[in-house]
Design a protein around this ligand. Structure first.
Ligand code: AMP
Length: 386
């Protein structure tokens, strides 16, 4: 029986995994080089580098199963732990997702539609890729890019030199720019026996490359079936156990894959307050070899990411009363810093009209109403919620 879960990483995702696992009777042990890692409140924190072999062995010996909360843990570290105790998701999924070229190639081989792409490692290769793909296109670092970092959009020939100055010197990938109608993500959990469950396709809106809001449910049953088939193909191929997220672009009624995250995901935070079972609960159930929970919404829900610092309105009595207490604040206890993800807030309601009203009220209170396109995120594209 599994009592202790080890997590490589002790950020907010590990923190929310621990919050979900404590009532299940699980104990947690984390490995993270950050001295102020925010999950450390929930268990022992081994403060060490990702490739510190003694620390990795300690984690592998103390835990009954080990997982990770971010994908840039070296695959070799996950493999070392695997010699001591089971590691889920499989380290192979880490390997694939750590490099955008490897990831996109895998998706292409599996018949999952992606924007055209080319590997770029020199200035002439960039010119050839732009020639082949056409403008506009996006130049990205193959590794360590997240939240829009390590990316340059090229709209005109002249942009090539600027983008090369910023990113050249690293291994790159050039992708066709997708003028999408919407961004979405499908989050799925696959149990040890291969049984897979899917949360409703989530509509996402980013600002400056960072997720700003997520809404679920948001799309038709038809699109749901399509997205499920794509993520299922990936999970079966990787013989996956745990939660996997596939980020997608919706364009002209079809889906194009952007990237995968072999872990719980920011766009699934709504599942804590709006889902019958959260992504964190199901991830733990999957890696512990237990049956998975229902992934339907119990209420329509919208999540706002909180960046920089917690807003002053959090906890204000008048504000809570005005929204019928159907808002749920999550503070990750991280040191405030401009642009840093320090929390999120979700709003739920019995039906879509109620959600629209409360979401608008919450956006106004957060002071983000002007910068977000709430209308398009709240647009009902066939979701059956009422
Ligand atoms: P990523 O780090 O690949 O998830 O990219 C962050 C965000 O940049 C995405 O959520 C999109 O909003 C945007 N983006 C990334 N790749 C493309 C693309 N090929 N075409 C258009 N927008 C993109």
């Amino acid at each position: 029986m599994i009592r202790t879960v080890g997590i490589l990483g002790a950020g907010q995702l590990a923190r929310m995994l621990a919050q979900a696992g404590k009532p299940m009777g699980l104990e947690f042990i984390f490995l993270d080089p950050a001295v102020d890692a925010c999950a450390a409140e929930y268990g022992e924190h081994i403060c060490a580098d990702w490739d510190d072999e003694d620390a990795l062995r300690k984690l592998g010996q103390r835990a009954d199963v080990v997982t990770f909360d971010f994908e840039n843990v070296p695959e070799s570290s996950a493999r070392l732990i695997e010699s001591l105790c089971p590691v889920f998701p499989p380290p192979r999924a880490l390997f694939k997702s750590q490099d955008r070229l490897r990831e996109k190639t895998m998706m292409q081989e599996l018949g999952i539609p992606v924007a055209p792409f080319e590997a770029v490692s020199s200035r002439p290769e960039l010119a050839a890729a732009v020639e082949k793909i056409g403008l506009p296109c996006v130049l990205k670092t193959r590794r360590f890019g997240y939240d829009g970092k390590g990316q340059q959009v090229l709209r005109f020939q002249e942009d090539m030199e600027r983008a090369w100055q910023v990113l050249g010197g690293e291994e790159l990938i050039c992708e066709g720019f997708v003028s999408f109608d919407a961004e979405c993500s499908i989050i799925a959990a696959r149990g040890a026996g291969g049984h897979t469950v899917y949360w409703p396709l989530t509509r996402n809106q980013h600002r400056d490359g960072v997720l700003a809001i997520s809404k679920a449910p948001a799309f038709s049953a038809e699109l749901q079936v399509h997205a499920e088939a794509l993520v299922r193909r990936l999970m079966d191929h990787l013989d996956y156990t745990g939660v996997l997220t596939l980020e997608l672009f919706l364009k002209d009624g079809g889906l194009l894959a952007n990237e995968i995250a072999p872990r719980v995901h920011n766009s699934g935070h709504w599942t804590i307050d709006g889902g019958c079972t959260s992504q964190f609960e199901n991830h733990l159930l999957a890696i512990c070899g237990l049956p998975l929970g229902d992934t339907q919404n119990h209420s329509p829900v919208l999540m706002f990411n909180l960046l920089g610092q917690m807003p002053a309105c959090a906890g204000e009595e008048t504000f809570e009363a005005a929204t019928n207490a159907a808002i749920h604040w999550h503070d990750y206890h991280k040191t405030p810093r401009a642009g840093r993800k320090i929390g999120h807030v979700t709003v739920t309601a019995e039906g879509e009209p109620g959600l629209r009203a409360r979401a608008a009220q919450l956006a106004a209170a957060l002071g983000v109403a002007a910068e977000l396109d709430l209308q398009s995120v709240l647009r009902d594209d066939g979701a059956r919620t009422e």
